[in-house]
Design a protein around this ligand. Structure first.
Ligand SMILES: NC(=O)C1=CN([C@@H]2O[C@H](COP(=O)(O)OP(=O)(O)OC[C@H]3O[C@@H](n4cnc5c(N)ncnc54)[C@H](O)[C@@H]3O)[C@@H](O)[C@H]2O)[C@@H](O)CC1
Ligand SMILES: [K+]
Length: 229
């Protein structure tokens, strides 16, 4: 099994998008479908989905759409500055708006009460707050949101990486989602293997990034390592 770090994953995503020409939104849609195949949809009917405003959040929005198209009960929450959404996050949010799928923006502590009620009444929680793009310790309302999810969710499925976990080291950056299952994309990330307490079972899913992207990035890194020794 190939085990990679977050920078390598970002470089592979970028190579697939910019050099091979696969639009990021296609990878995002594939990611959403791969998450869905890991859910027992016959026995899971109500969902709380919590999204950040990066591409991990975009995955969460695509999952929300696909579930609502299957007539599942979806309670969608978004945390973060809505003016700073990534392009693919915004594309998915626009589709949801056009479909009339509503969301709650977690902007104050009071919004956590609604989150708590939703978590108490859902069969499954989907964590799409942060993935490989986490850059610092989790504080403030993000910290409280993750804490609320850990306290009230019956079971939480993490998209790519449990939010708050450092995908390279497995360290908890202040607080982390405790998932029963993590669906990670393309290849295993180093940090996931170091913190089973947060990841639960780990499943690696193919989202359509060609092997060529993996090979080019690994070869580049190997030749840089040789040059620096
Ligand atoms: N690059 C791509 O096109 C693809 C990305 N994918 C998904 O996108 C993820 C990576 O997306 P991004 O690079 O946008 O990063 P993330 O979505 O993981 O996180 C970035 C967002 O989190 C914020 N942030 C980071 N640390 C924070 C902290 N401690 N407190 C508060 N806010 C914080 C950033 O300001 C930014 O808004 C992957 O994990 C995967 O789930 C997949 O959709 C496949 C395609
Ligand atoms: K996540």
């Amino acid at each position: 099994m190939l085990i990679i770090n977050c920078d390598e994953m970002k470089a592979m995503d970028s190579y697939a998008i910019n050099n091979i020409g696969i639009p990021g939104i296609v990878l995002m849609e594939n990611a959403a479908h791969r998450v869905l195949t890991n859910i027992d949809l016959d026995n899971t009917n109500s969902f709380t989905i919590v999204c950040g405003v990066g591409n991990n959040g975009g995955d969460g929005l695509a999952i929300a759409r696909n579930l609502s198209l299957k007539y599942k009960e979806v309670n969608l929450f978004i945390i973060g500055d809505l003016n700073k959404g990534t392009q693919n996050f915004n594309t998915n949010l626009n589709i949801l708006n056009n479909l009339g799928v509503k969301f709650t923006h977690i902007a104050t502590d009071e919004d956590l009460t609604q989150l708590k009620d939703s978590l108490n009444n859902s069969d499954l929680t989907i964590d799409a707050i942060f993935g490989i793009g986490i850059t610092r310790e989790v504080g403030g309302l993000f910290h409280k949101t993750i804490d609320t999810i850990n306290k009230y969710s019956t079971q939480t499925l993490a998209v790519d990486i449990p939010s708050g976990l450092d995908g390279n080291t497995g360290n908890v950056l202040g607080i982390s989602i405790k998932a029963y299952k993590t669906i990670t994309f393309h290849h295993m990330k180093k940090g996931l293997l170091k913190n089973k307490d947060c990841t639960g079972e780990i499943v690696v899913e193919d989202i359509g990034i060609p092997d060529k992207a993996t090979k080019v990035i690994i070869e580049n890194n190997n030749s840089q390592d040789k040059q620096s020794t």
